[in-house]
Design a protein around this ligand. Sequence first.
Ligand SMILES: Cc1cc2nc3c(=O)[nH]c(=O)nc-3n(C[C@H](O)[C@H](O)[C@H](O)COP(=O)(O)OP(=O)(O)OC[C@H]3O[C@@H](n4cnc5c(N)ncnc54)[C@H](O)[C@@H]3O)c2cc1C
Length: 390
Amino acid sequence: MDCDVAVVGCGPVGAFCAKTLADRGFRVIVFEEHKVIGLPKHCSGLIHPRIEDIADMSFEDAVENEIRGAHIFHGDDVIVLHADSCKSLVLDRSVVDRMLAESAEAAGADVRRGEGARTFERRTDGISVNDVKCRILLGADGMRGRVAGSFGLSERGEIIRGLQCNARFTARDRDCVQVYFGGDVAPGFFAWVIPTSEEECRIGLGVNNGSASAYLKKLLQRLGAEPYETFGGGIPIGLRRKSYCERVMLVGDAAMQVKPISGGGVNIGLRCARICADVAARALENDETDEKSLSVYQDLWKKEFGREIRFGMAARRFIYGLDDEKISRILNAPDEELLKKMAMYGDIDHPSRIVEPLAASVALEPGKYAHSRYLALANLVPDALRALLG
Ligand SMILES: Cc1cc2nc3c(=O)[nH]c(=O)nc-3n(C[C@H](O)[C@H](O)[C@H](O)COP(=O)(O)OP(=O)(O)OC[C@H]3O[C@@H](n4cnc5c(N)ncnc54)[C@H](O)[C@@H]3O)c2cc1C
């Protein structure tokens, strides 16, 4: 056998799987079709600072900015959320990917740059990838990964087409993202302006319908921003039914481990990479690489993230099912105090966590929230519940 584990894809998730397994003494080979790790870029790099705990390393060299809040726009309505602490880092993803790949190599993994995994063959004692034989294969090869297709694990989720650019543009607040909703701006998703420095931003959007590039052009014109580098990719949305089979596990975007509301997949992918590597290590140690033994991987990652993904999908159905007038009512409802709470509890990795404290506020002081504008909001609750309950 050439190695214990072959990993296809050296994005952040594949690299972190490789590092975690190599750290434990397993022989790991990583196939990456591109010659330079982290390029071409596709991601905005807006990531909760807990990435450093999850990956157990500092990404200081990749930090472009720190975000404390958001200006949220819909038509002429805008709300501003501003927290006292850093809510999100803006990271250069190409640097993050390179650092993770280098840490996998330092742990002993063999990262093969510029070598795409083209052929897969099941054998009695393992799997061949190109001419390499392995005991376990991890598909960390992104949204349209070949591993899923080659092992009968293809599933269709919703795909958001994401497109963005780095641009010369001064944001309203250096430490706030600007988020734009509306069918005329970004149908089925939203647009973003992420400041990377005083005079530069990453400006982009996702759409589930129509041409992303036409909408981006319109947004750049509206803002008066000057783009100089455009990049993008697809964002898979959904809850996978199956992410494993005998000797094979899918992880990261390949397993749709992405937050449906924001499209963020780095932190959740890295957490799932740790779970995946733990399950692979146990399977290798016990020589139990059959489908049943690997199924525990899916039980574990769905236990940790299934609820949040389901919540995100329902919230998406609810938000994008609202007409402009209802969205406007929602944005105009919160007062200063409620906005402060939303800013405080808002967490891009766990959007559902904002619901409980807000519901508690309303329950504790029902008189205060009997104000007519809250009643207007409350009228939307049955619709929201219907969406959340599927
Ligand atoms: C426009 C856009 C903006 C985004 N913004 C954010 C954000 O702000 N925050 C956030 O958390 N997430 C964001 N995401 C999502 C995030 O980029 C992904 O969730 C994350 O990259 C998933 O990591 P991964 O390692 O699973 O897959 P990827 O990063 O896609 O890596 C897969 C790797 O596999 C390689 N590969 C594929 N096939 C093969 C093959 N056959 N052989 C060898 N190599 C192969 C590819 O070259 C690639 O390097 C964004 C995505 C898009 C499209």
